[in-house]
Design a protein around this ligand. Structure first.
Ligand code: FES
Length: 329
């Protein structure tokens, strides 16, 4: 179909795997070691809708898949934007994006998925470390649009390495920029202590920053702290070391799962593939509804309340604490 026959209001149809094919329409340097990609349909159709905090899976031609937070204009229906930090010790995905991926290249895009949604609050404190600014940018823009008071505390190694300082400049005193080279580590405890009751705290950044924010927010009411992790959280020992059963509700089939096998692999071996991406309990792609039984949650996504509810789990890493888990599959 040629672009002239496509309505500008048409939304790209997803493949059965939930992916769409987009093209890199712009690639720009955003800061030292950070490039920004703008992805759009070459035929000009709308991309699937998203909300602040969402991420997409980027399937690259080198065979890797990576998750990146959407950082563009939430109200632009025709393009996604992501910012990618070059990670010298990474698994190669960021090097590929920086060194190989070029304008005009096609990429497979999965999602968007949102494990970090902005929920209503009297006020927000956003805390960003380095590339962790990406999911928070659309959030603070949404908060501003809604008239909800907010503050951003933003740290990074150097000001040259901190992305989007230009875009943040318009927000004046709402934004506190603290490069480590001149200010040391972020005063997270001071920032949290200065907030009035009713403030919700959103943080994205490296593990030590997340740990500092968790410690500073330990007395906040449940649900007032939301974290977005780049890497999996350390987990304690599993709830059980003996085999358990997985029942598939739609067919009544029962699978035996050995302790050393992930539920995801057990499902796949039984011919019941579940879409997965990170396989570390970080991205949310494999979320599966639990109808009965007690999951042993080993992901880095659910908060304590969500874990207690026990109505969904991530089979790439999570297991069963009960003898049988009944899944909505
Ligand atoms: S595949 Fe990413 S959470 Fe399971």
């Amino acid at each position: 179909m040629s672009s002239s026959t496509i309505s500008p209001s048409a939304t790209l149809p997803a493949t059965p795997s939930g992916q769409v094919t987009l093209a890199v329409v712009a690639k720009t340097v955003e800061a030292d070691g950070v490039c920004r990609l703008r992805l759009a349909d070459p035929a000009g159709r709308r991309v699937p809708d998203w909300a602040p905090g969402a991420h997409i899976d980027l399937g690259l031609a080198d065979g890797t898949t990576r998750q990146y937070s959407l950082c563009g204009d939430r109200w632009d229906p025709y393009a996604y934007e992501v910012a990618v930090l070059r990670e010298p010790d990474g698994r190669g995905g960021s090097a590929y994006v920086h060194d190989v991926l070029a304008e005009g290249d096609a990429v497979e895009v999965g999602g968007p998925r949102n494990n970090f949604a902005l929920v209503p609050a009297d006020r927000y404190l956003f805390v960003a470390g380095g590339i962790g600014i990406t999911p928070l940018l659309p959030m603070l823009e949404q908060a501003a649009m809604l008239g909800t008071p907010w503050t951003l505390l933003y740290g990074g190694r150097t000001s040259a390495s901190m992305a989007f300082l230009d875009r943040l400049a318009r927000w004046g005193d709402h934004v506190v920029v603290r490069p480590q080279e001149t200010h040391g580590l972020l005063d997270v405890a001071g920032a949290v202590a200065a907030q009035p009751a009713g403030t919700k705290v959103y943080c994205c950044g490296p593990a030590p920053l997340l740990a500092a924010v968790e410690a500073a927010c330990v007395d906040l009411p449940a649900g007032h702290l939301r974290l977005e992790r780049f890497t999996a959280r350390e987990q304690g020992p599993p709830a059980r070391t003996t085999p358990y059963e997985i029942e598939l509700a739609t067919s009544g089939r029962v699978l035996d799962v050995a302790p050393g096998t992930s539920v995801l692999d057990a499902l796949s071996e039984a011919g019941v593939p579940v879409l997965a991406s990170c396989r570390q309990g970080v991205c949310g792609t494999c979320e599966t509804t639990v109808l009965a039984g007690v999951p042993d949650h080993r992901d880095s996504l659910l908060d304590d309340d969500e874990r207690r509810r026990g109505d969904c789990f991530y089979p790439c890493v999570s297991r069963s604490a009960s003898d049988r888990l009944v899944l909505d599959l």
